[in-house]
Design a protein around this ligand. Structure first.
Ligand SMILES: C[S@@+](CC[C@H](N)C(=O)[O-])C[C@H]1O[C@@H](n2cnc3c(N)ncnc32)[C@H](O)[C@@H]1O
Length: 213
């Protein structure tokens, strides 16, 4: 799996919480309603939970506060360091969506926020098949991330970013592996999931993929 983003995340870790709080105007709309979105995802999760791309543990904290067990996976050492300070109760392991330590707990929910777009299309398919195998029969994948409704939506978001002078955001939207709605839907359906989506802000969608229904 390409880990080209890790240096970037190690550098971003110390100011990450300022970004999601809206202090960086370029990413304000991307993270609009961040706390509420994460709260919603946490509410939907069922313990024991596996979380990928924990970051600074903002979602982890909310899940733990609901007395649920979380097994977290995060590849950036700096993000893990901050996460462990903010959320000492959680087990947070070095790893990524495809490679992580063996854990024996029966997983009922696999959750992630703003991280699945780091995987290429082939890696997403591989990860989704692994989720299916890892989840209990009534288990669910619940993600929040940027998804493009279609090609026209992608171009309009890039144009909007450029018009506002948000060059970093415009570049991210072109270079990271944000999926199209139909594409990601097909990946989950082919793996055997029943999937539903809800748009949460201009960029972010809630994705719920249920196994065994
Ligand atoms: C934008 S942050 C999101 C952090 C947190 N989930 C949140 O909602 O604030 C993306 C996180 O995904 C992690 N990440 C990057 N590539 C990953 C991969 N292949 N597998 C799992 N996590 C990854 C990064 O290190 C970073 O912590």
């Amino acid at each position: 799996m390409g880990m080209e983003f890790i240096d970037l995340f190690n550098q971003w870790a110390s100011s990450y919480d300022d970004t999601v709080a809206g202090k960086d105007p370029e990413y304000r709309e991307v993270f609009k309603g961040y706390e509420e979105m994460l709260g919603r995802l946490a509410e939907l999760s069922v313990s024991p939970v596996m979380e990928f791309g924990v970051g600074t543990a903002n979602l982890t904290r909310k899940v733990i506060d609901q007395n649920k067990v979380v097994l977290g996976v995060e590849p950036s050492s700096e993000m893990r360091r901050i996460a462990k300070v903010k959320c000492p109760e959680a087990a947070i392991y070095d790893g990524n969506f495809l490679e992580y330590p063996e854990m024996i707990a029966p997983i009922r929910s696999i959750i992630s926020s703003f991280a699945f777009h780091h995987l290429t299309a082939d890696e997403k398919v591989e990860a989704i098949n692994k989720f299916y195998d890892r989840l209990e029969q009534d288990g669910e994948v619940i993600f929040i991330d940027t998804i493009f409704k279609d090609e026209a939506h992608k171009f309009s978001l890039i144009k909007d970013a450029e018009k506002q002078g948000f060059q970093n955001l415009a570049q991210d939207l072109q270079e990271e592996y944000y999926p199209y709605l139909e594409e990601i839907k097909e990946m989950f359906v082919k793996a055997g999931f029943k999937i539903s989506f809800e748009q949460l802000n201009k960029y972010a969608w809630l994705l719920q993929a249920k196994k065994g229904v």
